[in-house]
Ligand binder design. Structure first.
Ligand code: XMP
Length: 511
């Protein structure tokens, strides 16, 4: 397996994606955890050092343990990882006078095994994002590629299989980045034989090992993730698993029924349907800060769990469908190297006082990998293909304070919108689509009367993993037809807008 040492870049997880796409098993570990002892135990066949926000010129900035370079395995440094390599192997890095962000073109200056297939048609497009740059190479290294602002864009010591690049080969804007990872892993002896079936078997083994003969309680949110986690755990430990579906009253129309039917009728998995809408909505009333809303929902979710866990006779484990992007975006500097964007409710909202251990078998996976695992487990296609739905539900699609009335309006508008998307055959082309009810009223005219009602925003994005996204280019006819259906069919809304923000700089959800 391959080890990715995370120095806190927002795109470290994309390195893992590129490798998984090439059927290579890899794990990401924050630099603080990667000690010499850890390396010995992990036994990586290759190491990748990620990018990160720090500057190696800062004496307190993170380093890799020196042992990474004496393991005798190939090492690839990316951006900050390149600078760490140069610094630790005897080169020199200086604070940059020209920060470089965005597209750049690299030209080849020497032949290199790693660059098989690169430069076939001239300079290669790459994505740069850095402030510092290497100014003197470490002994043994030579330059293999340059860009106008990065004279050391690609450097290597091929005899040791040490490679370091200034740019980010893991992002989509480096179109041939995948080829670079493929070649790097081939040089390290990987054959690309890791599959989802293998992942499933390994996950089942780990669940059995972790849980023993204890009882597990699994929180179902209604989304694909927690459902796949539950079915996987059920396959591992059968009746030791009880599912609790916490119906927080923040579900979409029909969502609750679909989940209950799937689990009780299709899988015959023991399921408690906890209808706690009043508890959640009362607690949320008057709260308009997105992080507070997320924390309240996270806390109540766990409280409800604990109550049911006790009622089934002391479950020691709580299972959740936490995904890798949930983990990475919630890890703040104290726990790991990235900056907090949002507290995802299944991670950031966990109260300290929780007295159950977590089982999170999807923690390493991306959304599309979870879908592949769901198919591997025989979940119906219509369920596996469902758009993601966030744990905090409609609460984060109702910016500002929440009321039952607003939720009701939102649910109706959302149902009309999705009906339109399905009727036009667009559901599967879109990663996620939903309505947002804005906390603004505007004036309108309907019939001969004045209206003063809410504004509804529609959101639809395409994405591969939820980490980056683009708005979906609906036709104007579709948007016009949908807007007039919503205004005609949903009382309380008199204006509809379409959100055309990509991620970044926006996020997919509004809160
Ligand atoms: P953002 O809004 O951060 O969302 O761009 C990325 C993806 O994550 C979903 N999301 C969540 N999923 N718990 C979840 O399980 C959460 O708290 C949460 N917040 C956002 C969001 O719907 C999108 O698919």
């Amino acid at each position: 397996r391959l080890l990715i040492v995370d120095f806190g870049s927002q795109v470290t997880q994309l390195i893992a994606r590129r490798l998984r796409e090439a059927n290579i098993y890899c794990e990401i570990h924050p630099f603080q955890n990667v000690t010499a002892a850890f390396l010995t135990e992990f036994g990586p066949k290759a190491v990748i050092l990620s990018g990160g926000p720090a500057s190696v010129t800062d004496p307190d900035s993170p380093r890799a343990p020196q042992e990474v370079f004496t393991l005798g395995v190939p090492v690839l440094g990316i951006c900050y990882g390149q600078q760490v390599m140069m610094e630790q192997l005897g080169g020199k890095v200086e604070a940059g006078h020209h920060a470089e962000f965005g597209r750049a073109f690299v030209t080849q200056s020497n032949d290199l095994d790693l660059l098989d297939g690169w430069f076939a048609t001239g300079p290669e497009q790459v994505w740069m994002s850095h402030g510092d740059r290497v100014t003197a190479l470490a002994p043994g290294f030579e330059v293999y590629g340059t860009s106008p602002n990065a004279p050391f864009a690609i450097v290597a010591d091929p005899s040791r299989h040490f490679y370091a690049v200034q740019f980010h080969p893991e992002v989509h804007h480096t179109p041939n980045g995948a080829g670079l990872f493929r070649k790097f892993t081939q040089l390290a002896g990987f054959t690309g034989d890791w599959t989802m079936a293998a992942y499933k078997e390994e996950a089942i083994r780990l669940i059995r090992e972790q849980v023993g003969d204890e009882q597990v309680i699994c929180g179902l949110s209604g989304g694909v993730d927690s459902s796949v986690a539950a079915v996987l755990i059920h396959e591992a430990i059968g009746d030791q698993l009880t599912c609790v579906f916490v119906d927080h009253g923040l579900m979409r129309a029909n969502e609750a029924d679909e989940v209950v039917t799937l689990f009780r009728d299709h899988y015959n998995i023991p399921l408690i349907h906890a209808d706690e809408a009043d508890l959640f909505i009362d607690a949320l009333e008057g709260q308009d800060d997105p992080e507070k809303k997320r924390k309240i929902i996270g806390r109540l979710f766990i409280e409800v769990f604990e109550k049911h866990a006790k009622s089934i006779g002391g479950a020691k484990f709580l299972a959740q469908g936490t995904l890798y992007p949930d983990v990475i975006e919630s890890v703040s500097f104290s726990g790991g190297p990235s900056v907090t964007i949002k507290s995802h409710h299944n991670v950031g909202g966990l109260p300290e006082r929780m007295d159950m251990k977590l089982v999170e078998p999807l923690r390493e996976l991306f959304k599309d990998e979870v879908r592949a695992l769901g198919r591997e487990l025989g979940l119906p296609e219509a369920f596996v293909g469902r758009h993601p739905f966030p744990g905090p539900g409609l609460a984060i699609r109702c910016p500002g304070g929440i009321t039952r009335e607003k939720l009701d309006i939102l649910r109706k508008a959302d149902a009309v919108y999705l009906d339109q998307i399905r009727k036009h055959g667009l559901y599967d082309e879109i990663w996620q689509a939903f309505a947002v009810l804005l906390p603004v009223r505007t004036v309108g005219v309907m019939g001969d009367g004045r209206t003063y009602d809410f504004v509804c925003a529609l959101r639809a994005v395409t994405s591969v993993d939820g980490m980056t996204a683009d708005y979906y280019p609906f036709s104007h006819e579709f948007l016009g037809e949908t807007a007039s259906r919503i205004i005609n069919e949903v009382r309380g809304i008199n204006r509809v807008t379409y959100d055309i923000t990509s991620k970044p700089p926006g996020t997919i959800e509004w809160e």
